[in-house]
Ligand binder design. Structure first.
Ligand SMILES: Cc1cc2nc3c(=O)[nH]c(=O)nc-3n(C[C@H](O)[C@H](O)[C@H](O)COP(=O)(O)OP(=O)(O)OC[C@H]3O[C@@H](n4cnc5c(N)ncnc54)[C@H](O)[C@@H]3O)c2cc1C
Length: 355
């Protein structure tokens, strides 16, 4: 299914804003296509955000594989525009190419879910099995990542986010403010109406602490899914991640064609644990334990790739690691945009907010 939406916004100095948006896109690690002197496209999976100008305003077109990803892309476009002119972003009015009227109450991809059960598939990883009362079919993808949210004040009855015509999600403020973080759907069974999210146990995390204490029936908000990287056309891959990345690694391995070779470098206590957690794979699994992963992952990956250069490399984990792995992927492995992703999943000593 292709979902489309467009917006036009009148602007003073539209060409100047257009040029700044183009520069901004060039600075980011995005797949950018300059489609003409006055339009460009940011390609996201099989969708895109296209931005153009007619000199009097900006023309925005967004296309995505699902309603959920369309929502993410419209919001991303509106947020970038808001960086230049908040008033103009507020005034945006998206027209969806769909017969379905926009539901302006909840974002189309929002679900309130309840905990069905809690287990520990690996030391330090809490598995929440969740279910909901509404239609969960959109959660099967495309996209594997979601935003989980809880009230910052656990005493409050949750007030969930609302959608608006300009694409910017209205988040509750003040006493009802939400704590929002990205997670990955590890498993979904639409027939049974359940999904699993595996949450790393760590000190001082609102969601991590909540997961550790969660009892059946406890409620959590979810927005998504979106995102997830696939090694299109790769013959040899290098996939690395700490514990937060294990669910995403598992999902990538499930989709990997049989003719792709390569290595997985992951944080786990031992090879048995990792083999048990991940789907069966013909890639070679390498384990770095918790006390070595962050210090050794780059060097370990270098040693694996001296004679066997991958044509796709992926890392997810702590911010400093992500930065050094990105340098390694680009400079040492010579991989370009779309061939390499080094993604910050969390930041040591600080939050990585998702709203
Ligand atoms: C696309 C994406 C997908 C993700 N998927 C998953 C997933 O499937 N499972 C998962 O567990 N995480 C996943 N993460 C990471 C998760 O969003 C962060 O770890 C998040 O900060 C946890 O939220 P929290 O409320 O528990 O802690 P926060 O309130 O965000 O953080 C509190 C403190 O804990 C520290 N902290 C945060 N995460 C960790 C950690 N992992 N280890 C040690 N200290 C930490 C922070 O530095 C901060 O000081 C993903 C992140 C992204 C961007």
């Amino acid at each position: 299914m292709t979902c489309k939406s467009s917006a036009y916004v009148t602007l003073n100095q539209a060409e100047g804003v257009f040029a700044r948006l183009l520069d901004h896109a060039r600075e980011h690690d995005v797949v950018l296509e300059q489609t003409g002197p006055k339009d460009f496209k940011i390609v996201v999976g099989s969708g895109f955000i296209a931005i153009g100008t007619d000199g009097l305003g900006l023309i925005l077109n967004v296309s995505a594989e699902s309603v959920s990803i369309l929502y993410f892309l419209k919001e991303a476009a509106a947020l970038h525009l808001a960086e230049y002119n908040a008033e103009v972003a507020e005034a945006l009015h998206w027209e969806d190419e769909s017969t379905r009227p926009l539901n302006l109450k909840a974002p189309p991809s929002f679900h309130e879910l309840s905990v069905v059960s809690v287990s520990e598939p690996m030391d330090g990883l809490i598995r929440l099995r969740l279910s909901g009362t509404d239609d969960l079919s959109g959660l099967a993808g495309p996209g594997i990542h979601v935003k989980l949210m809880l009230p910052i004040n656990p005493e409050r009855t949750p007030v969930w986010p609302q959608a608006s015509r300009n694409g910017l999600t209205k988040w509750p403020k003040g006493a009802d403010e939400l704590h929002v973080r990205y997670y990955t759907i590890k498993f979904i069974d639409l027939t049974a109406g359940v999904l699993d999210i595996d949450i790393v146990r760590h000190d001082g995390g609102l969601i991590a602490d909540w997961a550790v204490a969660a009892k059946p029936g406890a409620k959590i908000g979810l927005l998504g899914p979106g995102g997830g990287e696939t090694p299109d056309k790769a013959k040899r891959v290098l996939l690395c991640g700490d514990k937060t990345a294990l669910p995403a690694l598992a999902r990538m391995l499930e989709e990997l064609p049989d003719n792709v070779a390569g290595d997985v470098v992951a944080e786990a206590a031992d090879l048995d644990c990792l083999t048990h957690y991940l789907p069966s794979t013909h890639l070679t699994l390498h384990v770095l334990p918790e006390d070595r992963f962050r210090s050794d992952v780059e060097q370990y990956s270098e040693s694996l790739t001296v004679n066997k250069k991958p044509d796709f490399a992926w890392f997810a984990g702590e911010h400093q690691n992500a930065q050094s792995m990105r340098r390694f992927f680009k400079s040492d492995l010579g991989l370009s945009k779309g061939q390499q992703y080094a993604i910050t999943y969390w930041r040591d000593g600080g939050p990585l907010e998702a709203n």
